[in-house]
Design a protein around this ligand. Structure first.
Ligand code: NAD
Ligand code: LMR
Length: 328
């Protein structure tokens, strides 16, 4: 057994937490030989429910679960953490405007960014799942000046997985045969799932599909609006799949993307592909040992360009809104 890894999860008593914690504790992230110390953050009124979840974690007797600590103070919970999965966020409630939502989440991610800056381990990596994920990540990284911005990412892996699954179903191929899927931009309905660089068994996916109308009118909207379709069907937003994607993203970040493949991660733009520098924008990235690099030199045609720019424009609007609120 190696040294335990300290993993913080925020919003741990929520829906995603109820799946994520058990996957983390059972070794799905770090494998069977690395013990996990869970550090769970919740708001005070949810601590009692969280105690119940901890009882259930105990009852699983996971050999890889070293210990669990819970609390409502980010400075205590984040102390020495190597990985922080920021899942907890304020959902939009009736009568709430977009600006109200950004402001409510701004307060959460400002405080958590500052706490991580002060108390997290030197090697910390931070993944943001809570919505609006890209802009929440931007707020957190802006409030953590001592943590390199490359240590922050927002989750678009769920969109990436959704895109793979839709493509597999349409073409009758196996998920394992699909590589080089890309989600560009925001984790929102403006995201651009890109089939023009994806491959099925080594062949270009758009050529295999050979149906631009399906790509534009079915594939892209199905992937981009999948979150809303799940809310409509389930009466609650995606949880197990979001937890699974959160694990996939963190695992590949820490352990490396598969040879010959890449993954989608929303990271701070360095201006690649003409996207404004500083936005937290989803790109195709390869990862190695906790670092990522944006895949360069992909050819972008006019169709892809307009989709990539539209989702960037939405992120610029979100950035301007949180800048006006003094959050970044
Ligand atoms: P949920 O409402 O069931 O749980 C959220 C939890 O966060 C609650 O228990 C709440 O008490 C807690 N919380 C709120 N403020 C907090 C704070 N300041 N510190 C710590 N905890 C806090 O929601 P959920 O279904 O688990 O989803 C969590 C978030 O993930 C939502 O914002 C949701 O929209 C988002 N989400 C993102 C993706 C993605 O792909 N990026 C997918 C699904 C859901
Ligand atoms: C999802 O993608 O399932 C979540 O982000 C929920 C949503 O609001 O779309």
């Amino acid at each position: 057994m190696t040294h335990p890894v300290k993993v913080a999860v925020t919003g741990a008593a929520g829906q995603i937490g109820y799946s994520l914690l058990f996957r983390l504790a059972s070794g799905d992230l770090l494998g069977p030989d690395t013990p996990v110390q869970l550090r769970l953050l919740e708001i005070t009124p949810a601590l009692k429910a969280l105690e119940g979840v901890v009882m259930e974690l105990d009852d699983c007797a996971f050999p890889t679960l070293h210990s669990v600590e819970i609390g409502d103070d980010p400075r205590e919970v984040f102390d020495g953490v190597n990985l922080a999965l920021l899942v907890g966020a304020r959902p939009r409630t009736k009568g709430m405007e977009r600006g109200d939502l950004l402001e409510a989440n701004g307060a959460i991610f400002t405080a958590q960014g500052k706490a991580l800056n002060d108390v997290a381990a030197d090697d910390v990596r931070i993944g943001v799942t809570g919505n609006p994920a890209n802009t929440n990540a931007l707020i957190a990284l802006s409030n953590a000046p001592d943590i390199p911005a490359e240590r922050f990412s927002a989750l678009t892996r769920l969109d990436h997985n959704r895109a793979i699954s839709q493509l597999a179903a349409r073409t009758g191929s196996a998920v394992a045969d699909i590589r080089r899927m890309t989600i560009w931009g925001n984790h929102s309905a403006t995201q651009y799932p890109d089939l023009f660089h994806a491959e099925i068994g080594g062949r270009n996916a758009a050529e295999v599909v050979d149906d631009q109308a399906w790509i534009e009118d079915t594939f892209i909207p199905t992937v981009a609006k999948r979150g809303a379709a799940i809310i409509e069907a389930r009466g609650a937003s995606s949880a197990a799949s979001a937890a699974s994607a959160t694990i996939d993203a963190a695992r590949d970040w820490l352990q490396g993307s598969p040879e010959g493949d890449w993954v989608s991660m929303a990271v701070r733009s360095d201006g690649s592909y003409g996207i404004p520098e500083g936005l937290v924008y989803s790109y195709p990235v390869t990862t190695h040992d906790g670092d990522w690099s944006i895949v360069q030199d992909l050819e972008i045609d006019d169709f892809s360009r307009s989709r990539m720019d539209a989702t960037a424009a939405e992120l610029v609007e979100e950035r301007d809104a949180v800048t006006a609120l003094g959050l970044v």
